[in-house]
Design a protein around this ligand. Sequence first.
Ligand code: HEM
Length: 159
Amino acid sequence: MELYTLARIIHVVSVVIWIGGVAMVTMVIIPSIKEMNSAKDKMASFESIEGKFQTIAKITTILTAITGFYMVEYLNAWQHFLQLKFWWMHAMVLVWLIFTIVLFVLEPFVLHKLFKKYMQENPENTFRIMHKAHWILLILSIITIIGAVAGSHGWYFIK
Ligand code: HEM
């Protein structure tokens, strides 16, 4: 098997696990945690579940980037970043960059402390904002997946 095909398989499987996990957290886990009565239970459940997923997300974002940049190099597709019809290439890098900054920088150094502080002050509002942020990232990721699958098969939506 060609290394390029293997890279493509790893790329797609990583994206499925990573964005699938984000979908699960957004559409199932946060709504059920929101229904819990005590703020203490809410925080403990969220931290335990999201904490476990974070390691998976970190590994899959790294694999997505390694295989993604390998494919750009293999396809000699760097000039695609200069063309509007390859907007989905920009979207892939943007989604990856946002998640990388959140997972490796913001969460450990800023968000974790902020989350604890705001959870003590106003748990309802904290979960509302967090849920919204998850939806925004999920929708952006789904648009990117639609654009990437269509675009890599020659359907660009724009000229
Ligand atoms: C550093 C970030 C990334 C780079 C450099 C990258 C690069 C690439 C490249 C070069 C391709 C092949 C394009 C072609 O065949 O013309 C590709 C395909 C694809 N990428 Fe990415 N990607 C990245 C991140 C992402 C992210 C974050 C997602 C999902 C949200 C994603 C989803 C996909 C999908 C669904 C395909 C199409 C696979 C197929 O239909 O066979 N990629 N990517």
